[in-house]
Design a protein around this ligand. Structure first.
Ligand SMILES: Cc1ncc(COP(=O)(O)O)c(C=O)c1O
Length: 390
């Protein structure tokens, strides 16, 4: 049997896992000289030195051994203090579980609640990794398209709830949303929680962009409406707030009663997050508030440059996002986002992500990540506007 035929002997959930549509364009244009890369979801700043130094000190001090599966106590405590500051109420350190990034937090959440034959309901457009990971695990993803109108993107809650069947195990929600910037109101979160409670459903709440919110210090959260023991798995990461995408440190927040289950799932996957990296995360949580404020202000200024610049072209349909750091827009006369993304690499020198990489609801849209220095954001906007004017 050739090695290619052997591909057919793999689990179909693995061999048929979709290639990321974002990575395809990225691979196409990654080495272009002078290209401004706005395709992936990260900023241009390296991790602040005080965070890196804490990790470096720990590494040099020999913190190189196997570590706590739930995370080092100091980091779980730092997470509890950070949440207490942000949400204005006490948090139990026992509810925080350190993971090797936001994506592994999603993986563990999925392993806990949805396997073969189960369904999860996902509003789209959405960052594709949740749905792909659910399917690799054997679960079925039921997409509920957000509605796009003059007021921007909205989630029709009746539609969301109607998508639930007897096989549904979990509702997935990402607010603020990558890529649309849609952000649930407190009332919407309350309605979703009431529904999930009534039906005995889990909620997987991805709140990684909560600090990138342009109408306050943070977006509304399930923490505002839920009890500590509600069936909610909160996914979060050090990646975005503290410019730590390459570190691969995140966290899951869950009722402490699930601690042993989560510990086991960490053991049988990553077996824990390197201790010296966790020391960096402690420094970030304890001393990183000013850096987050700086990033949010910069993102807000960039949002203005991009949105007003593209609106002026008259060829773009766009609504200013309430949260996250992406402009998600369609271009008149350009329905094929994948083809447009490839052309913009060649003809405008700007790397964008094609909207259809984010589920059916994203077809015809483009995602632009604007978390960068403002000169580059201005230049990218100028290049796009010039290209659109041709
Ligand atoms: C909505 C959402 N959730 C989770 C993640 C994953 O974060 P991490 O890089 O820590 O795995 C991302 C990253 O882009 C994201 O956009």
């Amino acid at each position: 049997m050739s090695i290619h035929t052997a591909l057919n002997t793999l689990r179909p959930e693995a061999s048929q896992a979709p290639e990321s549509g974002i990575v395809e364009v990225f691979n196409y244009g990654r080495d272009r000289a002078g290209l401004i890369p706005l395709w992936v979801g990260e900023g241009d700043l390296p991790t602040p030195a005080f965070i890196s130094e804490a990790a470096q000190d720990a590494l040099l001090a020999g913190e190189t051994f196997y570590t706590h599966q739930r995370g080092i106590p100091e980091l779980r405590q730092a997470l509890a203090f950070y949440h207490a500051r942000l949400y204005g109420k006490p948090f139990d350190a026992e509810r925080f579980f350190v993971t090797s990034g936001g994506m592994p937090a999603i993986q563990i959440a999925l392993r806990m609640v949805a396997g073969q034959g189960d369904e999860v309901v996902v509003p789209t457009p959405a960052w594709p990794n949740f749905a792909a990971a659910a399917e690799v695990g054997g679960a079925k993803v039921v997409e509920v398209p957000l509605t796009y109108g003059n007021a921007g993107w909205t989630l029709d809650l009746d539609r969301y709830f109607e998508a639930v069947t007897p096989r549904t195990k979990a509702l997935f929600l990402n607010s603020p949303c990558n890529p649309t910037g849609w952000t649930a109101t407190r009332a919407e979160l309350q309605a979703i929680l009431d529904f999930a409670r009534a039906r005995g459903l889990w909620i997987v709440s991805d709140e990684v962009y909560t600090r990138f919110y342009y109408e306050g210090e943070r977006s509304p959260s399930f923490y505002d409406v839920a009890e500590p023991d509600d069936r909610i798995l909160y996914v979060n990461t050090m990646s975005k707030n503290w410019a730590m995408t390459g570190w691969r440190v995140g966290w899951l927040s869950a009722p402490p009663a699930f601690g042993q289950v989560i510990e086991n799932l960490v053991q049988y996957s990553s077996s824990g997050t390197p201790k010296f990296l966790q020391r960096g995360a402690v420094a970030a949580l304890d001393q990183g508030d000013a850096f987050i404020d700086f990033q949010r202000e910069r993102a807000e200024a960039a949002r203005e440059i991009v949105c007003s610049g593209l609106e002026k072209t008259g060829r773009v349909r766009l609504v200013r996002p309430a949260g996250a750091f992406y402009a998600f827009f369609s271009v008149d006369g350009e329905p094929d986002s994948r083809a447009l993304a490839l052309r913009l690499v060649d003809e405008a020198g700007v790397g964008l992500a094609p909207g259809d990489a984010f589920g059916a609801g994203g077809a015809g849209f483009m995602r632009l990540c604007y978390l960068r220095n403002l000169d580059q954001v201005r230049e990218a906007t100028r290049r796009l506007a010039d290209w659109l004017a041709k």
